[in-house]
Structure formats: C-alpha cells, structure tokens
Design a protein around this ligand. Structure first.
Ligand code: AP5
Length: 224
C-alpha cells in the first residue's frame, strides 16, 4: 500500500504525513528529511544534493530515484507507506511506477494538499525544527513550550537553510513548473486523487485527510 502526499512547500505534507503514519502504523518516507540526514552525515549523496537544496532547486532525478528505490526495498512486505515529497517530477512518477511492482506495491491514493501562496510563505517563515528529534514546530501556529527549544529533547531548534525568503520564492516557482504538472498526471491514474483544503487548522486538516483517505482505501479494498 503506497499513498503519495503531494503539495507545495510549506503546505503541511510533513506535519500531516507524520500524524497519518502514526495513526495507521505506517512508514513515512520523506525525501527532504532523507536528504537533510545525508547532508548531516556527510555522505556522497548529501554532498551532491546540498547545492541544489540551498538554491531551492530540485536534486537530479537519478539520485532521488536511486535513494527511494533503496528505501522501498528495505521496507517489510506488509508495511503501508506514505511518500512525502516524492515523486516531484514526471520522470520520478514514471520511475515509481516501474519500481513498485518489483517490490509488490501499488499507489493506492494521492493526497493533494492545497493552500494559497501567502499562507505557505507565512508558515515557512515561522517553521523551526529539531535536528535531534526531527519534530517540526511553528512560531506562529504550533510553538514549543519553551521558545527555541524542542519539547522532546530540550535541545535548540533551527531554521532550515532553504527557508530564507529568496529561496522560498524559488521553491514555489519550481513547484509550479516541475511538480504541479503531476496533478494532471495523477488525475489520469487509476488511484484516486484526493484534494484536501490545507488552509485550515492542523487538527482539522488531519481529520479531513484521514476521512477522505480511509473512505478511498475502503472503496479500493471493496473493489478488489
Ligand atoms: P522538502 O523537505 O520536501 O520540502 P518541501 O516540499 O518544500 O516541503 P516542506 O518541508 O517545505 O513543507 P511541508 O509541506 O512538509 O510542510 P510542513 O509540514 O513542514 O524538500 C526540500 C528540498 O529537498 C527541495 O527543495 C529539493 O531541493 C530537495 N528534494 C526533496 N525531495 C525531492 C525530490 N523528490 N526530487 C528532487 N529534489 C527533492 O509545514 C510547514 C510549517 O507550517 C511547519 O512549521 C508546520 O508546523 C506549519 N503548519 C503545517 N500545517 C499547518 C496548518 N494547517 N496551520 C498552521 N501551520 C501549519
């Protein structure tokens, strides 16, 4: 079972994906998190990716596809998985379709999160994350108990390098040019494309996402 999380930077894919995965006991593979981990560890992939990421550009398809193929291979056969931030180009979507049958999986649904650009920019400007726990906060909407400190680890929160305003602008353009065309691609796909209004409070978005996804998965199981 594979569910793709699609949507622009800052719309809440990570926030919602983490909660959905926890609620269903599924895995979440987030390409951005995996790349940031590779950078922290100083791997060859991390070194190759960093220049693209800091400029707000996409990392080349072949590197991403190889990384995801390895990750999908390492999952247990029964694990459900949310793909957060992948695919992001048509070439990646086609590569995913080629690799899934080999690991006995199929895209069962695509959740598309939507919110206006000004909302995305405000969310990104307030985002802070904990490199130790991976937890994401927001100084405007979801602050930690103690300013600048992770509730779970007690260590300082950081602002992502690519969350600077000029890079965010570029990431939004890259999303429109290279990733948004996947909406039309998945509208033609056999898995349902489920749109969620992400311009709502976090809990409400979660409730709606969970409801539409559960309905769609039940329908697809009933049809088999
Ligand atoms: P990645 O890390 O995937 O970044 P992104 O897609 O730009 O998404 P974000 O992480 O910015 O946002 P999100 O939607 O997860 O929002 P979040 O939940 O954090 O990618 C980074 C870079 O890696 C790319 O630019 C590229 O270079 C490279 N890369 C990654 N994948 C790639 C691929 N497949 N191919 C090529 N290159 C790739 O929420 C944002 C903030 O808002 C948080 O602070 C959160 O607390 C808050 N928030 C969330 N929901 C709400 C709400 N409903 N109300 C109020 N606040 C909210």
């Amino acid at each position: 079972m594979v569910v793709v999380l699609l949507g622009p930077p800052g719309v809440g894919k990570g926030t919602q994906g983490a909660r959905l995965a926890e609620g269903l006991g599924w895995e979440r593979l987030a390409t951005g998190d995996l790349l940031r981990q590779a950078r922290r560890e100083g791997t060859a992939l991390g070194r190759e990716a960093e220049g693209f990421m800091d400029k707000g550009e996409l990392v080349p398809d072949d590197l991403i596809v190889r990384m995801m193929e390895e990750r999908l291979d390492s999952l247990g056969p029964e694990d459900g998985v949310f793909l957060d931030g992948f695919p992001r180009t048509r070439a990646q979507a086609e590569a995913l379709e080629r690799m899934l049958p080999r690991v006995g999986r199929k895209v069962r649904a695509v959740l598309l999160f939507e919110a206006p650009d000004e909302v995305l920019v405000k969310r990104i400007s307030g985002r802070r994350h904990s490199p130790d726990s991976g937890r994401v906060y927001n100084v405007h909407f979801d602050p930690p108990q103690r300013e600048g400190i992770c509730d779970e680890t007690g260590t300082p929160l950081v602002h992502r390098e690519d969350d600077r305003p000029e890079t965010v602008e570029r990431r939004l353009v890259v999303y429109r040019e290279q990733t948004a065309p996947l909406i039309a691609y998945y509208a033609e796909h056999e898995a349902p494309l489920l749109t969620v209004d992400a311009d709502r409070p976090i809990d409400e978005v979660q409730e709606n996402a969970r409801r539409v996804l559960t309905e769609a998965l039940e329908q697809s199981e009933g049809a088999q």
